[in-house]
Structure formats: C-alpha cells, structure tokens
Design a protein around this ligand. Structure first.
Ligand SMILES: Nc1ncnc2c1ncn2[C@@H]1O[C@H](COP(=O)(O)OP(=O)(O)O)[C@@H](O)[C@H]1O
Ligand SMILES: CC(=O)OP(=O)(O)O
Ligand SMILES: [Mg+2]
Length: 417
C-alpha cells in the first residue's frame, strides 16, 4: 500500500476536507475545498460526492466537473467497498486530485459517543478505543465508523482525522427526558437516553431558521429524520429537549429493519424460549424487523411503495404501522415542546416519500397545520416550505447536509488547534 505525505494546513491556503458518513444502509462521502479565513454561509459544492448503497451494492460518484460513475461492488466487504470508492478520487476515472496526499483533514460521523464525547475531537488511540467500546451499544454503526477511520489510516497514516458524534446535539436533554424509569443504578451504569442523528437534527433546525428568516432561539421545531434509521427531535431555542432514539439507535420509531420501541415484555418472553439467544434477538430487532420484518419485502420504502401498488397487504400494513408510530411520536415531541412552529422532514424517506409526509401531517390538522398537497407531491430537489400560506405551522422539506456539518467541525478544529 502506497503511503502519502500530507499537505500542511495554513489559514489562507485552500483546505481539502474529506468527509466519511457511514450510515446503516449507506456510506456517503464528500470532498470539500474551503478557501479563505471564514466558513461560507451556505454549503459549497463538493469537488466530489460518492455514495455506496449497501442494500444494492452500488457505488455512485459525481464530481463538480460533471463526471458521473456508477459501479457495482464486487464483494459485500465494507472495507473493500470504501477503498474502491476512495480510489475514484485520484484514479484515472475522475482525477479530482492528483494523489491522496492533497487531503488536509478527514472527518467522520460517529454514531455513539457515550457520555464522554460531547464535542467533536481529533482521532487518537484513546478515542478509537472508546468508539470500539461503545460498539456494543451501536452494533450496526460504530464498527462501520471505525472501519472508515482504518481505511484512511491505511492510505494516509498521518492525516489528522476528526470524529463528529451523532449523540453530541442531545447533550442538552433534561433529566426527565434522558433518565429511564428503571432502578436509579442504571443511570450510574451509563444506561440513559443518548439520542442519535444529532448532526442532522442540528443542521436541519439551523437551516429551518435560515429558510424561515427567524431567530432559532424563538422557534419550536420538530425534526423528523426518516432514513433507514429514523428518529425525531424536539428542538426549542436551538437545543434538543427530547428525542425518540435512546440508549441505542433501536428505540423509538419503526425503521427500515429495526423494530423501534416494543414492549420489553416481548423480549423477556422470547428469551425464555429455548431457541432464543441474546445474539439472535439482537439480529431480529436490528436487522429483521421494521418495514422489512412486517412486509417481508424490503427495508426500503421505495420497494414497500411498489409492493403496495401491486396489492401486497403486508407492505400496506408495514406502511400503516410506520405512519401510526410516526404520528404518535410527533405527538409526544409536540407535548414536550408545548407548541409547534415548524415540522421538518429530512433524510431518504423524509426528503422523498410524499405519502409519508402527507400521512404524518394529516393527523395534525387540529393545530391548524395545512400541507399544500400539490407542492408536497412535486420533486423537491431544493429545500422548501410545503405548508399552505395560511397554515399555522410551517412544514419544511430540508435536504440534510450531515457531510457539510462534519466538514465545518473539521475546519473549526483545524483552525483552533
Ligand atoms: N425516492 C425515494 N422514495 C422513498 N424512499 C426513499 C427514496 N430514496 C430513499 N428512500 C428511503 O431512504 C432510505 C435511505 O435513507 P438515508 O437517509 O439515505 O439512509 P441512511 O440511514 O443509511 O443514512 C432508504 O432505505 C429508503 O427507505
Ligand atoms: C443512528 C442511525 O440510526 O443512523 P442511520 O440512520 O444512518 O442508520
Ligand atoms: Mg443517514
């Protein structure tokens, strides 16, 4: 493996920031170039954007120059797929950069930072050990985040790497929202609600204030991050005060292949059956439940929609449960906020599935929330307010920019160290 020297970072030279955002069903990456001594107000166009869809084993790459690459991944190995994706940065196919040594800093999304990591930080052995230790609480995510760090270490062993935590934004939850009503000792053992998707919830809340031209400190917002993993956050004065995911990213809404909240009595019952081990339950709850488990079709809302159109009753049931639980949880966030100025939809389902947005909003007409049904059905390639002018609550579709949020953290850490 070739190793590359790293370009030094100085304040006024262009800074190339590579971002790796490992989700449960995808690996999204961007290369940004930032010039100048201040951060731009709006996300700049990345030099290179790549996305791996692990469900379909597909790699798509787009460059600022207009090159588009689509490749099938030959193996299901995430490490190989990530290496294949990164190589498109400098191989003959795009030549976005001459060699990887041009990258100044690499930022990663890390899903679980536990109690200790409330702020973005540079990667050290200690930080990697903590991420590994927390893998038991985020088994689908933290190992993938560590793989991304290792992939970069192989190519660029001395490049500074930064980790940005999905849990950090929820550090402001009040005790009544984060303490579970089990024995008090649980809290001392670190068993509490952490909340996830914080990078996205925070970005969307800030972006909503920008779109509405209002002060974030005066807004009550519910952000619905509906991707393969799904969670809601109640945001008041720019701070997360409640959220649906908990100790792990398994709690809360029904998801692609995760159950979300279920009666814990079901687990006790199943564990008493001879065939059920803890590992089997883990697999069932994280990988064989949710849209996939109920429909028997797929974890992907697009395929659920197709199956519904073809008359699948189980796909219809999966969709109906998804909407029912989404509405109930929006209701719970609403109660924590004591009112609502804006409801935000984001991530794969939130940005694309108009039926889900319509299904969720229908229940909140009593608040004076009115969705513009025509606008809701349009292809929304830009962030947009899709409520009617007389609606008492704004409804926004925001394209989450987790990668840009991570790049900004890298920039800030690089300039403060
Ligand atoms: N055009 C679409 N219509 C409906 N659902 C979509 C569409 N595109 C993506 N999705 C849904 O979004 C999910 C992926 O969301 P995303 O936020 O990219 O995932 P991740 O949680 O991996 O970051 C898919 O599994 C699928 O359910
Ligand atoms: C925390 C989480 O569920 O992330 P994702 O939606 O990327 O799976
Ligand atoms: Mg995601």
């Amino acid at each position: 493996m070739e190793r590359w020297a790293i370009a030094p970072v100085t304040i006024n030279t262009p800074m190339k920031i590579l971002v790796l955002n490992a989700g449960s069903s995808s690996q999204k990456s961007c290369l940004y170039e930032l010039i100048g001594a201040t951060l731009p107000e709006h996300p700049p166009k990345p030099l290179w954007e790549a996305q791996i869809d692990w469900t379909h084993q597909e790699l798509k790459v787009k460059t600022a120059q207009g090159n588009v690459i689509k490749e099938t991944l030959p193996s299901s190995s995430r490490a190989d797929g990530t290496a294949q994706m990164l190589a498109t940065l400098w191989n003959g196919k795009t030549q976005v950069i001459e060699n990887p040594g041009e990258i100044n800093i690499v930022g990663h999304r890390v899903v679980h930072g536990g109690e200790e990591y409330r702020q973005s930080t540079f990667v050290t052995k200690e930080v990697k050990d903590a991420i590994a230790h927390l893998s038991i609480f985020a088994p689908v995510h933290n190992p993938a985040n560590l793989e991304g760090i290792a992939a970069i270490e192989k190519i660029l062993p001395t490049v500074p790497q930064v980790v940005v935590f999905d849990t950090a934004f929820h550090a402001t939850l009040p005790p009544a929202a984060f303490v579970y009503p089990g024995p008090y000792e649980w809290l001392e053992m670190g068993i509490r609600r952490y909340g996830f998707h914080g990078i996205s919830h925070q970005y969307c809340a800030q972006r909503a204030a920008q779109i509405l031209g209002k002060d974030l400190n005066r807004l009550r917002i519910i952000t619905c991050h509906l991707g393969n993993g799904c969670s809601l956050a109640a945001v008041r004065e720019g701070r997360s005060i409640d959220t649906t995911m908990g100790f792990t990213p398994l709690e809360g809404l029904m998801m692609g292949s995760r159950s979300g909240s279920i009666d814990p009595g079901i687990l006790i019952h199943l564990l008493r059956q001879p065939d059920y081990t803890v590992d089997k339950l883990d697999d069932i709850l994280n990988r064989q439940s949710g849209l996939k488990g109920v429909s028997g079709v797929s974890n992907d809302m697009r395929q659920i929609g197709e199956a519904m159109a073809n008359g699948s009753d189980r796909a219809q049931l999966a969709f109906d449960i998804f909407i029912h639980r989404l509405r109930s949880s929006i209701g719970a966030m609403l109660a924590s906020l004591g009112g609502l100025d804006a409801l935000i939809f984001t991530a794969g389902i939130g940005e694309n599935a108009y039926e889900v947005r319509a299904g969720a909003c229908e229940a909140f007409g009593f608040l004076g929330l009115k969705l513009d049904l025509e606008q809701n059905q349009e292809k929304l390639s830009e962030d947009r307010d899709i409520a009617t002018p007389d609606s008492k609550v704004r409804v926004l579709v925001i394209h989450t920019q987790e990668d840009w949020a991570i790049a900004q953290e890298c920039w800030q850490l690089a300039h403060s160290s």
